[in-house]
Write a protein that binds this ligand. Sequence first.
Ligand SMILES: Nc1nc2c(c(=O)[nH]1)N[C@H]1C(S)=C(S)[C@@H](COP(=O)(O)OP(=O)(O)OC[C@H]3O[C@@H](n4cnc5c(=O)[nH]c(N)nc54)[C@H](O)[C@@H]3O)O[C@H]1N2
Ligand SMILES: Nc1nc2c(c(=O)[nH]1)N[C@H]1C(S)=C(S)[C@@H](COP(=O)(O)OP(=O)(O)OC[C@H]3O[C@@H](n4cnc5c(=O)[nH]c(N)nc54)[C@H](O)[C@@H]3O)O[C@H]1N2
Ligand SMILES: [Mo]
Length: 768
Amino acid sequence: MEKALTASHWGTYFLSVENDRIKSVEPHAGDLDPSPIGQSFVDGIQHPCRVKKPAVRKSYLEHGPGAATDKRGAEPFVEIEWDQAYKLVATELDRVRQEFGNQSIFAGSYGWASAGRFHHAPSQIHRFMNCIGGYTKSVNTYSYAASEVILPHVVGSMSWLLNQHTSWPVLEKHCELMVMFGGAALKNGQINAGGVGRHSARDGLLACKRAGTKFVNFGPIRDDVDDSLEAVHYHPRPNTDVSIMLALAHMLYEQGLDDKEFLDRYCVGFEQFIPYLMGEIDGQPKDANWAANISGVSAKVISDLAIEMAAKRTMVTASWSLQRADHGEQTHWMLIVLAAMLGQIGLPGGGFGLGYAGVNGVGHQFRDFTWASLDQGVNNVADFIPVARISDLLLKPGQAFQYNGNNYTYPDTKVVYWAGGNPFHHHQDLNRLLKAWQKPDSIIVHEQTWNALSRHADIVLPATMTAERNDIVSAKRDEHVYALKQVVTPAGDAKNDYDIFGSIAEVMGEKARFTEGRSEMEWLQFLHARNRQRAASQDIEMPEFDKFWAQGEYILPEGPDLILLEAFRHSPEAHPLRTKSGKIEIFSERVASFELVSCPGHPVWLEPKEWLGAKLAQKFPLHLMSNQPATRLHSQFDHGQTSQKSKVSGREAITMHPRDAEDRGLSAGDVVKVYNDRGATLAGLIIGANVQVGVVQLPTGAWYDPLQPGVIGSLDKAGNPNVLTRDEGSSELGQGPVAHSTLVEIEKYTGKIPEVTVYTPPEILTLK
Ligand SMILES: Nc1nc2c(c(=O)[nH]1)N[C@H]1C(S)=C(S)[C@@H](COP(=O)(O)OP(=O)(O)OC[C@H]3O[C@@H](n4cnc5c(=O)[nH]c(N)nc54)[C@H](O)[C@@H]3O)O[C@H]1N2
Ligand SMILES: Nc1nc2c(c(=O)[nH]1)N[C@H]1C(S)=C(S)[C@@H](COP(=O)(O)OP(=O)(O)OC[C@H]3O[C@@H](n4cnc5c(=O)[nH]c(N)nc54)[C@H](O)[C@@H]3O)O[C@H]1N2
Ligand SMILES: [Mo]
């Protein structure tokens, strides 16, 4: 039995391989809190649902681009040979760029793909597209789009902030009180984009607990904070956090507990914010009674907490989920204003934090190091979309949209090309996406499995998985770098994205530009040499490639203690922020100058379109939390054992409070229909008091599996929450996704219970 190291977004493991088969998986001994998601490698890599050969939708193969696009998702596929596939793709890309221009190719291709610096599919596709003249791209992430746009106006870019978040050892020593909005869920801390060598979030939180930190959480789901932290839980209505933060701020100001020196020296715009806070404009002070009415959290809880926060070394945190909501821009902005009033920003253990344990890197103590990655080249096309505007792009060619204070136009899209992301996982309102998906002439994807994305494409090119190729895994905010060796033969005729793009580039006469003449191993040596060079500039000696490859891993020396905005606090003159004023902007003149009702010049409470206080809640009285799944990464390895074991009655589990279940006459294990005006899905019921009354939890990631394939509005059989979520921008500023602002109703499903069929391949014909 051969043992081989593998590394993923959820951790590092050893695979046991015998006769070209993966037999078992064990976590790397260096990781003391390994993720069970790794067990899905055992059956997930060599699973029957792998795409084995290039395949083309029947009508498309027969009649070419634009043929019967309303049948996407409903027709059988025909398998073809690789050479024919390369030609088909090259011819279509060439036709579109000649006739319509490169902006008609949408290749934003958002998504997490697999860990691995070289075989990172989005880097590969962007590099390829730049070699053939460019493409319409997407900007920002589904993770925190609203904050990515607002925070540069307020304090600095999201990535800059995340690269210096106060680390666990500092919190352990100094933090007396941690007030959390949306918790610090260890289910999420399993993940780190690009890889994770050592899971540190659980240890970090527990060390704080042992050292005496008190935890308070505002959120709809108790599991967002590990039981061992013995947190005090409050359950506001979802999406009302800003009202509570405002009331805390109101109490601080009223009691004279706001830190005037800090506000004066480090911030601008407090005086423009006060009239709103105190109700001088609208006659409504944003006090604890006001917030209690909106949020359902008692006024006394809020007032007492404000006083406690001012008296202690306090860290206020918000999960990223808070801004994946209607008016998501307001949440992190208001959190920062609250922290500024407490005056502890830049002090050890105080200030604010965004997304602790949301991924392992936030809170992790790491050395600042930029690992080498594949160059993507230069994109000659200026057109872009905010990432979550994909359906709008396809449905509204030529129409205008606003983004961050400017006006832009959606280009006319003829080709959609995806490699390393799954819009049928990540996008909201899948029925609207399905409609939009009928517009382009051609949809080309590289996929590993027959998931909802590949099923809805015209041309599907089978991509390899880790263990089927050689790679280097290293991640931002992690000190490990791993050598990943190919240990099994690729499934069927699957190829590396690099080789697929290389061959298409060859047909288009751009192979040399795309490959620079390097083989897979030569690229790995090239990237490693860059890492060595960068390390040397920090006086760190990394081993030569051959030694690294033989050892399998290398760990950078430990990083220093991190304290968010410490340098700025030390000297705002020497270390000004990159905001307009160089200071924290409680009021932003720039944002105010955009004159947006959906995002004014200082943080405000704005009612979401869908929340428990809306009129619509009479019809759809449950707030849907489609949060991140504990047993997989998004839709990846939903077919694997760790995810499959968590299914209830054959599909994704939805959790509901006992009282809500009783009101509807539901029992545990029932197959229920979850629905609203946008769609319906079937889920298996779990009844649990860890979810508050009026809220249901249906995690993301179950593969969309329509009862009637290709039919807009069809019932989904598998429990994908995105048939229910709303597809609208968080505001005209950020245009971020708003998945966490969704109302639904639930009833027992009384029809014949359909089997989930998405984990077996669709009908595939072979060419005669
Ligand atoms: N309702 C709701 N929706 C959400 C969210 C939510 O909270 N609620 N969260 C959002 C967030 S934060 C995010 S980041 C997105 C995530 O959305 P995505 O990143 O799009 O989701 P993944 O399932 O990780 O998709 C990765 C895809 O890449 C494929 N893949 C993996 N490796 C390779 C490779 O080497 N080559 C190729 N060609 N393909 C590969 C996988 O098979 C998979 O289909 O979802 C968003 N959607
Ligand atoms: N296991 C696993 N971990 C993951 C991922 C995964 O797919 N699987 N995805 C990763 C990615 S891409 C990202 S971006 C991060 C995302 O990290 P987050 O955005 O933090 O993840 P979520 O699980 O969507 O939300 C965390 C919790 O926020 C709470 N919440 C939602 N809305 C509200 C609200 O309005 N108010 C309050 N107070 N609480 C609310 C919910 O109870 C939810 O459980 O997770 C990462 N970690
Ligand atoms: Mo994300």
